[in-house]
Structure formats: C-alpha cells, structure tokens
Design a protein around this ligand. Structure first.
Ligand code: ZN
Length: 675
C-alpha cells in the first residue's frame, strides 16, 4: 500500500467511505501530523508575515486537513466500529490531542495572531475575519497564554489536577453505581414490566443467585421507581441511588473532598486569569454575560413555573391518597404516582402512534418543510458510503449546490447509540481561492425496516430527527466564508441549540403532522383525536420538570460564583432546594456527589444553558406561530439572520435581527403549558 492509494488522503470532494480500512489510519495521520508540525514551526517563524491570509495559507490549510481527516476516522469509529479500527483510533488519539493542545497554547503563535490584530492590514479584514481572529485571541487568553513564569506553571498544574479530579469523580460515580446490587424474590416486583423482570432474572442467574437482581443502572432503576408497587423497595433503591459516591457510602468512593478541591482549584484558576469567580470565567465565551444575569434568569423562570408545579404536585398528592392510599407521598413515590396518573389520563400507546410515522412519509414531510421555509431543494445522489443503508443528499439553492449531507438512520451493531450531527467539512473560502462547501453527517438510531415494509419511527424518533436536522441546517446553510465562524463554529455554547430545539417545535404542529404521517396499512394521516391526546400528554408534569432544571442550574451557578462555596456544598444544596421546590427533598439526598455534568462534564457554571437555549428557540419559533408555520417570509428571515450568519456575530445580535427585540420567556412557558 502506498500513500497515493490511501482513501483518507485522496478522494475528491469527500473520501471514499466504502474503501477506508483501519490500516489506512496510521499512515494518513502520520503524514498529516508531520505536515501540521512543520506548518506550525513555519508559521511562528520570521518568514511568514503577521498577515491573516499568509497565516491561513501556511497553517490553516494543513491543520484543517488534519482535523477533517481525523473527523472521518472519528466518524467511522462511531458508526462502523471494529476492533481493528478502534485500535487504530486509540493509537492516533493521544498524538492528535497532544498536537492540538500545543497548538492552542503556543506562545509564539499567540504573539503572531496579536501582531495580525495590531497590523494596519487588520482594518481591511471582513467582519467575519475579525470575529474569527477575536475568538482565536480570546481562546489563547482563556488557555493561559498571557500568564508568565510561576503563574504559567501554576495554571498548567491546576489544569492537570482538575482533569485528574474530574476523572476520579466520574470513576467514583461509576463504581458506586456498579457496586450496588439487590437480590429479591420476583414476587416483590409487582407492576414492573416483563422485559425489566426478564433482565433482572438473567442478572441473578449470571451471578448464580436465586430470584431477581436489581441494580442502579438506568434500564433497571428508572422502571423500578416508575412501576414497582412495593413501596419499601422503591425507597431502598431511591436512597441507594441518591446517596451514591457520598459520605453516606464507602469512604473510598466518597466525592466530598473531590468536589471541594475542584471548586477551590476552579476559583484559583479564575483568579489567575483575572476573573472574580469561576462562573465569570466560564461565561466569557458564552451568550449570557454575568453570573448575576444567569441567577436572575433562573429565578425568574422558577417563579413563573412555580404555580403550575404546585398544581401538578397537588394532583399527584391527591392521586396518591385517593387511588393508592399513600397519604404522605414521598420522593420515592413521585415517579410511581405520576406514571399511574398519566396512564389514567392519556392512555395511548406509542405502538399505535408509530404506525403513522412511516419513514418515507416522515422524510418527505421534513424535506418539504425545509424546502418551503428555507428556499432550498434536497435531492438524493450516489456516493460511496460506510453502510448500504446510508443515504447521501445534496442541498441546492436556485440551481446552485450549497451543501451536502449523509443520513445514517438505523440502529445496528458497531454503531454508537443516540443521535447527532457532525460537521464532516465546513464552508470555507479557502486561502488557495476556491470555496469549500459544507458537508454534514446526520446520525439517528431508529429501528430498521423489517419484512420489506418501511421503517416506523416513534414520535420521539421524529423529534430527534428534526433536532439533528436543525443542527445540520445551521451547519449547511451558512453563507460565512471564514472557517472559524462558519456554520456552528464560533457560536456561543449556550446558544448553539437554538436551531435544533427550534426545529423540534414543528413536530407538535397539526398541519406539519398531516404532511409527516401515512399509516403503514391504511395510508391515512394522524387522526385528530390521537394528536390531541399526544399534545395533552406532552405537558404532563412540565412545571415540576422545569423546576428541577432550575434547581440544578441555580445550585451550579451559586457553587461557581460565591466566595468559599467549596466548604458550603451541602448548605447551598439545601438552600436552593428550599428556594425552588414546593416539596422539600429528603435529608439524605446527595445529588451533588453524582452531578457529573458539572464535576466531570464541561457543564460547570453552564447547566443553565439547557433552559437558556430553550427560551431562545421557543421565542424564535413564536414568530412562526404568529405568521403561520409554513410562512416563507418568516423562514427567509430566520435563514438570513440566524442560520446563514453562524458564529460570525454574537447570537444575541442574530436573535434581535430576526425577532426585532430581546428574547422573552413567554413562548417557552406557553409551549410547556405553563402560561
Ligand atoms: Zn442538540
């Protein structure tokens, strides 16, 4: 094999995915890494002037090629994994990580970019180029590039220690979860679905014990809390789950000290970089400006959701007392009672709904909606793919191709679960001169077709498909030519879910569903009665769900913005609970000890982002509710002001340009049935 027949290095517009083999990975990455290393040394040297175009040509071209090729390898590992591919991936990963880390912290490169910003030629840069350069400089600063001497060393030590602590935090949660098993007689599992019992019987048999083995893994724990009529069993499981990795369990898995040290180090890192708290540091690249703004946002949302949550809680208590004889409903009863109430009120099966969402109808409806709203055409094309169920489409506007995407719809062995959009290639006016068009991967995991009939989607599958397509539109319809800010690149992290959550709303519109459904047998569209029941069930428990989000968001933000919070984790947890929830948590609740999002996930001082983006997407969607869901003029404005501009300007500016005003909470509350 020679480098010239390596499909990772050659393949025209996109690589020949069908031809890529694990043995192609190492030689391709070796070559591209070496090229990128050489480029970095050249770029920081004296012969490359401090000029935007010169740097792009020398450095961005080889670095983008490395990243793009590596993204193909990542992609294949996620959708068509084999032991050999996994090994090739694992071999290359540390080398790629090492290079990108060094690239992002190179003091010489930082100096060069600063010189670009200070040069007279900077005045001639486009707005997109200026935004990309500003983002680059900001990321260098956040990465500690301004620090000198002892401070620089301390910053690096903090980073290293924090990543070890985060890893320990996650390991403790995992180990504490796995360490718990409870063996019971099957007679205790009254009410629990058959498949869950079956799995519990098999787990017991594997362990060589009689009866059923229960665990704290989600596929066991969640249905047990929802369906087990045996109250002491629910309590026992709830208590075990909510005390994981805390001082109430084994000392070697206790996360108390890990959390404290992490919070102290984060505060120290923020101080080193000149910020009053870790929250203020974490908010620099985000849309929300200050911790106070986030605190006010969360408290406002909680206050608005509170009446509905109180109503829902009263209904649960009433149902518990009257139907189930539970006059003192406890935390471990809530899911159980909610399930009973929901079933009594909105009885319909997702099996029944599924018969209407036949795949060809769903895709035709989705593409038709997008074509109408955003003035594009989506056409299938032939292209080499990694599995024969994968399809390739090109997106056209006015007879010109603007983007392309692969759709990989079905679950199968060797493919990761979940759904996601991946940018295989970004739009870029390349420094060599030509325009590179964006290509997206849209990955879902719904059940494949059986028996020669079309695949059937659940309504949740449809919502997920629309969500990922929203990310895809953001990536594909961009008109920005600058690599770092085209599509979703450079979009603030708490605003990036706007287009995706926005698209979900269409799945709840009667007119849209009429174009999206065709019954497998009868060919009929979704009937109104069934739709009304789906709609009513959508809002069930919405107030309590929103309060839970507010509780976690407020806890996270207070923890990362208050002085000496590291020593007050338990107090802040209790104060937040008392402030937000109409029903107090049990004294033993230790959710912070397993709150992986903020201690092991990248959501530190960022948990509010879920609700934040939902406010934006709901409010943006409100414009379509006002004008009509198929209104082409509103669609065009959304395309031009939000989708096309990508990260080339702050998300708030894009929102204002589209909506003509600041974001408001009203639409979110209305969509959740709370207004
Ligand atoms: Zn998303």
């Amino acid at each position: 094999m020679t480098l010239t027949d390596n499909p990772l290095l050659h393949g025209g517009e996109m690589p020949d995915f069908a031809a890529i083999r694990p043995e192609h990975v190492k030689p391709a990455i070796d070559l591209l890494l070496a090229e990128a290393e050489v480029a970095l040394e050249r770029a920081v040297g004296p012969e490359v002037p401090a000029d935007h175009h010169a740097l792009a040509l020398v450095l961005d071209v080889p670095v983008e090629r490395l990243r793009r090729t590596w993204s193909h390898v990542n992609h294949l590992q996620a959708v068509a994994d084999t032991p050999a591919l996994r090994a090739a991936h694992a071999e290359a990963l540390p080398r790629i990580t090492d290079f990108t880390t060094r690239l992002g912290a190179d003091a010489r490169l930082y100096a060069k970019y600063k010189a670009v910003a200070a040069s007279p030629a900077a005045a001639a840069m486009t707005a997109s180029q200026r935004k990309a350069l500003a983002d680059t400089l900001r990321d260098f600063v956040l990465g500690g590039a301004e620090l000198q001497g002892a401070q620089r060393a301390r910053y690096a030590a903090i980073q290293e220690r924090c990543s070890a602590l985060s890893k320990a935090f996650g390991d403790h949660v995992l180990d504490a979860t796995d360490a718990f098993t409870l063996d019971v007689e099957e007679a205790l599992l009254d009410g629990v679905p058959d498949d869950v019992r079956q799995a519990a019987r098999e787990a017991a048999a594997t362990a060589g014990v009689a009866g059923c083995r229960l665990t704290l893994q989600a596929p066991c724990y969640i249905p047990l809390l929802q369906y087990a009529s045996h109250r002491p069993l629910r309590e026992q499981l709830f208590r075990a789950y909510n005390t994981r990795a805390s001082e109430l369990g084994p000392a070697e898995l206790d996360n108390t000290a890990v959390m404290q040290e992490l919070l102290d180090l984060r505060a120290e890192e923020a101080a080193l970089l000149g910020h009053p708290s870790y929250a203020e540091l974490a908010l620099v690249p985000k849309m929300a400006r200050t911790a106070d703004e986030v605190l006010a946002f969360v408290r406002d949302l909680a206050q608005r959701a509170r009446p509905a949550a109180e109503r829902e809680l009263a209904e649960l208590r009433d149902c518990a007392a009257r139907e189930l004889g539970l006059t003192d409903m406890q935390a471990w009863d809530r899911h159980y009672v909610a399930e009973k109430l929901k079933h009594a009120r909105y009885d319909f099966s997702s099996q029944e709904v599924k018969q209407y969402f036949t795949e060809p109808a769903v895709l035709q409806g989705l593409f038709g909606l997008v074509e109408t709203l955003f003035e594009v055409a989506i056409r299938p094309e032939q292209a080499p793919v990694w599995h024969d169920s994968v399809r390739f489409f090109r997106v056209w506007r006015g007879g010109t191709p603007v983007a392309a995407f692969y759709l990989d719809p079905y679950a199968r062995a060797g493919k990761q679960s979940g759904a996601w959009m991946d940018d295989s290639r970004a739009r870029w006016r390349r420094p060599e001169g030509h325009l590179q068009l964006p290509v997206a991967h849209l990955i879902c995991n719904y059940a494949p077709p059986v028996g020669g009939q079309p695949a059937l989607l659940t309504h949740d599958d449809v919502i997920t498909l629309f969500h990922e397509f929203g990310h895809g539109l953001h990536h594909m319809l961009t008109q920005v030519d600058e690599l770092g800010v085209s599509g979703i690149s450079g979009v603030e992290w708490d605003a990036v879910e706007l287009p995706s959550q926005f698209m979900e709303n269409f799945c709840w519109e009667w007119e849209v569903l009429q174009r999206l459904t065709r019954h497998l047998q009868t060919g009929q569209t979704l009937p109104r009665g069934l739709f009304d029941r789906m709609l009513a069930a959508r809002h069930f428990g919405g107030g309590l769900r929103l309060l839970r989000q507010c509780e976690f968001s407020l806890f996270d933000m207070r923890l990362h913005s208050e002085d000496a919070a590291a020593g007050r984790v338990g107090d802040i947890r209790d104060e937040v609970n008392a402030e937000i929830q109409p029903m107090r948590a049990p004294e033993f609740l230790r959710y912070p000890h397993s709150f992986g999002h903020i201690f092991d996930g990248g959501y530190a001082a960022g948990y509010y982002g879920y609700a934040w983006a939902e406010v934006l997407s709901a409010d943006a969607y409100g414009a379509f509710e006002e004008a009509g869901v198929f209104d082409a003029a509103t669609g065009r404005r959304f395309r031009e002001h939000v989708l096309e501009v990508g990260g080339s300007r702050p998300a708030l500016e894009s929102f204002r340009a589209f909506r003509g005003r600041e974001p408001r909470l009203d639409a979110l509350l209305r969509h959740q049935g709370l207004a």
